[in-house]
Ligand binder design. Structure first.
Ligand SMILES: [Zn+2]
Ligand SMILES: [Zn+2]
Length: 87
């Protein structure tokens, strides 16, 4: 597995060392261990969440949608944790 020719033409790590390319669109990050893969994946997830939140705020009636979602979350929490009935 080591020192394989990289499928990326302009890769400077090709045949040099084991590495992983991030395949996310617009990301040219190169990872050198599976441990980095996990933290880098989380970085993308966090960015995606921020992006989705920003898009929501910029959209028409964005605030109402956010309030609706917050209300929905509260309802879901209530449903997930039903009130304790004492006998
Ligand atoms: Zn490469
Ligand atoms: Zn990436």
């Amino acid at each position: 597995m080591k020192n394989e020719a990289c499928q990326f033409d302009s890769c400077r790590f090709s045949r040099v060392c084991n590495h992983i390319h991030c395949i996310r669109e617009g990301c040219t990050y190169v990872l050198h261990s599976s441990g980095q893969l996990y933290s880098h994946k989380r970085k993308h997830e966090r960015r995606d969440a921020e992006l989705a939140y920003r898009t929501l705020n910029e959209s028409r009636n964005g605030l109402e949608i956010v309030i609706e979602i917050i209300g929905l979350n509260l309802n879901l929490q209530k449903m997930a944790r039903p009130p304790v009935t004492t006998t």
